[in-house]
Structure formats: structure tokens, C-alpha cells
Design a protein around this ligand. Structure first.
Ligand SMILES: [Fe+2]
Length: 355
């Protein structure tokens, strides 16, 4: 740690059971008079609840958020906000809805208040994505960062167990990769280690009892910290490989991240021995080479599918993914080695523990 840069992301965070009830006060702080509430069609009822809390200050519920933020949806939502005279938006939901809020903030400059209901972490990042004619573009812009985020663990009670587990491990991947990021810094590493600890302890308890209040609280706390990691430092080999799994092989996002994480962390066990020993500590071990096996066991306890084959990765996938990854590698503490990457993907394909 000779020198580093730490850039804080300015947002206000309100955390706690039932804190959604204070949403109108939070609008006051932002100077917003009328807010359009954004949700997916599935979460419309929750959107209506938020609108009811706002009373006259609700500009209605726009329940058309969609995965990957299609440009048409973003434009229609912006037009609706203008028609209703909204001077702010409340995004209630997961990555799709918060992504829609960001698209509105990017073009119309409206402040966004986010109310996350999953562990994805997008609300803590200045990263946005838009899809036009099936082509997804992403970018960073400080304007899209939600100005206020309300984390109310009560809203996560209805998140199904399987999604909670995978979404939680997807968040965990942001914390693990933050520890050995190219632009890692001591503040973010503190948050990363605490995030890993919170998620590793809370997720098994959530799976055992999805309505366990303290477990839900701690899982959301860990997810918040993981979101800060994602918004603050760059990601490495794990994310490069997962982008190929999603983009080329269309594997579901969170399960792919969850299954691969033990293997990608294990790949870096020597090159990132010091940072990964912090992850080991947070997982109840001590050495960097324990991280992969400990994460693998955690996945097993969470009932996450063990192999990428279980979620549709084909037998020729490892060779193809290794080739694509090595063509255009990301920064990673250990250089991209095609054969070693293919071998790790083979083990992940078959659901073996990292070796
Ligand atoms: Fe990610």
C-alpha cells in the first residue's frame, strides 16, 4: 500500500427495518416535490405502496421496467415523468428498475431515490447500461448515482431463497474482486472484508429461514458494502469470464457468478495472496488458498447448483470462453493463462471443488 487513490461516491444511505416509511421525508431532503415511482410489472403492488406513502406527491407508478434497460422503455419513462410533472424518481426493485432510474437521470437529470429489494448493488454505482437493438452499451457517469438509497430489510423478506442465495454470492464476487483490484485502496478493502464476513454469515441463515429478521438485515448490509466495492474499484478475471458466460452462452447472471467465484478466486491465490488472506479471514479461514474451497462449500450450504453444466454451459464452453477471455483480458493480479483458465472452467463446468 505505497500510494492509492480513494474517490468517495456521494450518496445518502438510510438503513433499517421499516425505514421505507420515511420516504417522503427523504424526498424533502432532496428538494423533490413530485416523484414518479418506477417498478417492474411484478413489483407494481410495492410501487403502489410507495405511491400511497407519498400521497399527493406521487406522480404515479410506472411499472414497466425491463431487464437490460431497453432504450424505448427509458424514453417512454422519461416522457411519462415529464407528462406527470415529476421532478424526481423513486426506483423500487432490483437491477432492472434501478437501471431504468439511472437512464432517466442520465438524460433528464432528475434525482433518483433508490429502494433496492435485491442484493445486486447497482444503487451504489455510477455505472449504467442501455440496450438498443439487442446491443448493450454501458458507461459511467456520476449523474446516474442515486442521491439517496433506502435499505429496508423488510422488503427483502419476499425475495425467494434461491434468488437470495445467488444474488448474495453475486454481491460477494464484487467484494472478493475489490480486494485484489488494480485500483484497490485501504478504505474499500475494509468494506470488502466486512461485506464478505456479513454475507458469509447471513446467507446460510437466510436460506435456513427466509424470514429471519437479523439474517435479512445482515445480508442486505453485506450487499450494500459489496455495491460500494463495485462502484469504486475495477473488477478482474472473474468478471471477464462471467461476461462471456452471459454474453456468449446466455447463462443466468447471478447463478453463473455464484458458481464461478470459488474458481476465479482460487486462480489468484498466489498472485493475490495478501488480499485473499483477508477474504479467507472473513470466511473463517486464514490462508489465501483456502478461499476457493471455502466459497465452494458455502455455495453447497446455500443449495446453489454446483456446476455450470447445471445452468446450461456446454461441454465446449471452457475452451471457447478461455479463448475469448485471453483475446481481450482485463487487469488481473495473475496474467490470463489460457490453459489454466480452461482447466478452471472445466472444473466449474462439472461442479468440482477448485484445485
Ligand atoms: Fe458483477
Amino acid at each position: 500500500m505505497d500510494s492509492f487513490v480513494y474517490q468517495g461516491q456521494p450518496s445518502r444511505v438510510v438503513f433499517g427495518w421499516g425505514r421505507l416509511d420515511g420516504v417522503a421525508e427523504e424526498l424533502d431532503r432532496l428538494g423533490v416535490r413530485r416523484a414518479l415511482v418506477l417498478t417492474t410489472p411484478e413489483q407494481q403492488a410495492l410501487g403502489e405502496r410507495v405511491a400511497a406513502l407519498l400521497g399527493e406527491r406521487s406522480a404515479g407508478v410506472y411499472a414497466k421496467a425491463k431487464m437490460h434497460v431497453p432504450v424505448e422503455v427509458a424514453e417512454a419513462a422519461r416522457a411519462e415523468a415529464a407528462r406527470q410533472g415529476a421532478d424526481g424518481c423513486i426506483a423500487v426493485g432490483g437491477g432492472s428498475t434501478i437501471g431504468l432510474g439511472k437512464a432517466i437521470a442520465l438524460e433528464a437529470g432528475l434525482p433518483i431515490l433508490a429502494v433496492p429489494t435485491t442484493y445486486a448493488g447497482s444503487e451504489m454505482t455510477p455505472i449504467y447500461g442501455l440496450t438498443e437493438q439487442r446491443l448493450k452499451t454501458t458507461g459511467r457517469d456520476p449523474r446516474v448515482l442515486p442521491r439517496t438509497v433506502i435499505y429496508d430489510p423488510q422488503l427483502t423478506l419476499s425475495l425467494p431463497v434461491a434468488i437470495s442465495a445467488c444474488s448474495g454470492m453475486n454481491a460477494m464476487a464484487h467484494a472478493v474482486e475489490a480486494l485484489y483490484a488494480q485500483d484497490a485502496n485501504p478504505i474499500i478493502s475494509l468494506m470488502a472484508e466486512e461485506s464478505i464476513r456479513a454475507l458469509a454469515q447471513a446467507l446460510p441463515a437466510v436460506v435456513a429461514d427466509p424470514e429471519h429478521r437479523e439474517a435479512r438485515r445482515d445480508a442486505l448490509y453485506g450487499a450494500w458494502l459489496a455495491g460500494i466495492c463495485l462502484g469504486s474499484v475495477g473488477m478482474a478475471i472473474h468478471h471477464k469470464l462471467c461476461h462471456t458466460l452471459g454474453g456468449t452462452f446466455n447463462l443466468p447472471h447471478a447463478p453463473a457468478h455464484a458458481i464461478l467465484l470459488p474458481h476465479s478466486a482460487h486462480y489468484n491465490r498466489e498472485a493475490a495472496a495478501e488480499p485473499l488472506s483477508r477474504a479467507a479471514r472473513a470466511l473463517g479461514g486464514s490462508r489465501a488458498d483456502e478461499v476457493g474451497p471455502l466459497l465452494h462449500r458455502l455455495n453447497q450450504r446455500l443449495g446453489i447448483p454446483q456446476g455450470l453444466a447445471d445452468i446450461g454451459f456446454p461441454a465446449e464452453g471452457p475452451a471457447e470462453t478461455a479463448r475469448i477471455a485471453c483475446d481481450k483480458p482485463y487487469y488481473n493480479p495473475r496474467p490470463f493463462e489460457r490453459e489454466a483458465i480452461e482447466a478452471l472452467l472445466d472444473r466449474a463446468l462439472q461442479g468440482q471443488a477448485p484445485a
